[in-house]
Design a protein around this ligand. Structure first.
Ligand code: ADP
Length: 564
């Protein structure tokens, strides 16, 4: 009697220690190994198995004692029987013998107990003995029963923990992969998480951003440079807003500015005190620029449209006066004024339509093969006929220039824009040159002038919509700042590029490329042999002459032009 009491006390003590060890272990795999090793030891067994119910509701071995993983499939039939008929199944012995045979191991006695949490069975635990004559007693079963109750809870906790870890890493992955910037703030507004998109948006590496105040890293500011995160943080409003958000400019660490919208979701304690927040930061630069463009568009257009209309109205009003007798030349002058302003209005409306067409779905080209030198000659002749004699026009195209492939009418517009700018921005006149040469798969063409030139920091800006260099001449001349924007769009729609070289006060040279027709539309030609091929005018030139090189030939000049 005393002996059995003593044994029970020792067992209780043992179970308690075991329970503590199991509760301390949150990783499922080491915990299962610990449980099965202890169960085998507790019952003086030789082998043991733990099978858990997997997502497909089947028992699946997850840990074993004394049995290598390669041998686990030998127990599949036994597990199926236990699953269907329960741990007391009379077929357990038979199935065990089959597994013993397959594995060639002395598996002779088995005791199986379900792992149950609450009402639900989560798995099964089996202890095996090798000895023939030592069967499991009821005492053994009771002892294992008490142990299994602890084990089931510990295993279940470990599984819940593993699920939570998986869930968290999935969440981490989502946060990390999010296209929007996401950061988490602690109770003191310091950054505790910073995803990859945040790194891209701000240029701050997360290692540096974490631990710093969000107002320092994000530092959303208005156009006056006032840090809104310090002066107008939406999380510091009382009473708290339902959807705190802020928009403004952010300076990337490389110096470029971007416009962002940052929305927050704050956590607060029962007393409403701020406990932390998650910020979602979205790059709105494109939309902002679009909005700005729209408002510039309206102000530029209303100014540009109003001016010729006012002039036309003024001329017409003058012509209608009955109290004045105009001589024929004044009459003609007033009518010419009306005509010129109407033309300007027409061009402006044309540009506007072109821009809106472009924004609605890109430029539609009607390409064909044609000669760029010839088209340039036509355009230059028209300018030469109408411009004053301070200007001299030269055409400098390589003689064997191949045909280009493109939309001739659009390229005529490009030439018109570039040549009219060359004239407009050359207040003292000078030579306007238009030329080109072949450069591999492209024809390089240019329009140069000897006008006021463009400062280095304006060289790329002049291609932006509505951009006009702020100088006296730009203020005095008419223009909406759309010409070069459209020119660039047309050239790029052809697969070409355009840029400008310039020296302030000396002049500018706009250079652009167009694809060579023979390369764009490969023609199937009969074999001609090396001699004939050498005379093929569409074959790429071995060396492309420089545009300023004197080897370029003047194929056409206006009557008053001379070779430079
Ligand atoms: P616009 O001439 O109507 O102002 P553009 O888009 O054609 O518009 O040109 C944009 C700006 O680029 C002009 O306002 C002018 O300041 C500058 N620019 C264009 N062409 C030249 C040039 N050939 N020489 C000097 N500045 C030029």
């Amino acid at each position: 009697m005393l002996e059995s009491q003593d044994r029970r006390l020792r067992q209780r003590d043992y179970l308690l220690r075991l329970a503590r060890a199991m509760a301390a272990q949150l990783d499922a795999e080491p915990l299962l190994n610990l449980v099965i090793a202890q169960a085998v030891e507790l019952l003086a067994g030789n082998y043991g198995l733990i099978a858990l119910i997997n997502p497909a509701s089947m028992l699946e071995i997850r840990a074993a004692y004394g049995l290598p993983a390669s041998g686990w499939p030998a127990f599949n039939d036994m597990l199926r029987v236990l699953d269907v008929e329960g741990p007391q199944s009379p077929r357990l012995g038979g199935e065990l013998a089959t597994a013993a045979n397959t594995l060639n191991l002395p598996l002779r006695q088995a005791v199986a107990l379900p792992l149950v949490v609450g009402e639900e069975q989560v798995g099964i635990l089996i202890v095996l003995r090798a000895a023939l004559n030592v069967g499991f007693t009821n005492d053994d079963r009771q002892l294992l029963g008490a142990f299994v109750d602890f084990a089931a809870i510990a295993v279940n906790n470990a599984q819940l923990y593993a699920e939570a870890v998986t869930e968290r890493s999935r969440l981490d992955e989502i946060i990390e992969q999010s296209a929007d910037g996401m950061m988490m703030l602690d109770v003191r507004w310091r950054i505790i998480r910073f995803n990859a998109a945040m790194e891209r948006l701000t240029g701050w590496p997360r290692a540096e951003a974490i631990g710093r105040p969000c107002a320092e890293v994000l530092a959303i500011h208005n156009t006056q440079g006032i840090n809104l995160c310090l002066t107008a943080c939406p999380l510091q409003v009382y009473p708290p807003e339902a959807h705190p958000a802020i928009e403004g400019w952010v300076t990337h660490r490389d110096g470029h500015e971007l416009y962002v919208g940052s929305s927050y979701s704050a956590t607060r304690d029962a007393a409403g005190r701020f406990m932390g927040a998650v910020a979602n930061v979205r790059d709105l630069t494109a939309q902002k620029r679009e909005e700005e463009l729209q408002s510039t568009f309206i102000s530029v257009m209303s100014h540009e449209l109003k001016t010729p209309v006012a002039i036309i109205k003024g001329y017409a009003g003058t012509l209608r006066r009955t109290d004045v007798q105009f001589d024929e030349s004044t009459h003609q002058e007033l009518l010419t004024g009306i005509e010129e302003e109407a033309d300007r209005l027409g061009r402006l409306i044309g540009d506007l339509l072109e821009v809106s067409r472009m924004q609605a779905g890109g430029l539609r080209l009607h390409p064909s093969e044609w000669d760029l030198a010839e088209l340039s000659g036509d355009v230059v002749s028209a300018f030469a006929a109408t411009s004053d004699d301070r200007f001299e026009f030269q055409l400098r195209f390589e003689e064997a220039l191949p045909a280009v492939y493109g939309d001739a009418e659009r390229i005529r517009m490009v030439l018109n824009n570039l040549i009219s700018n060359a004239i407009k921005y050359s207040p003292n006149g000078g030579v306007v040159r238009v030329g080109g040469w072949q450069d591999g798969t492209h024809v390089m063409a240019y329009v140069s002038d000897e006008g006021i030139g463009i400062a280095p920091d304006e060289l790329t800006k002049v291609f932006s919509p509505f951009y006009r260099v702020d100088n006296r001449l730009a203020r005095e001349t008419q223009g909406a700042g759309l010409g070069l924007y459209l020119t660039k769009a047309i050239i790029e729609a052809h697969g070409g590029r355009i840029w400008v070289d310039s020296t302030l006060g000396r002049g500018s040279r706009f250079i652009w490329t167009l694809p060579v027709a023979a390369l764009s539309l490969p023609e199937v030609k009969p074999e001609v042999g090396p001699a004939a091929a050498a005379t093929d005018s569409t074959a790429p030139a071995a060396t492309a002459p420089d545009s300023g090189n004197d080897s370029t030939s003047i194929i056409k000049t206006t009557p008053n032009s001379s070779e430079a």
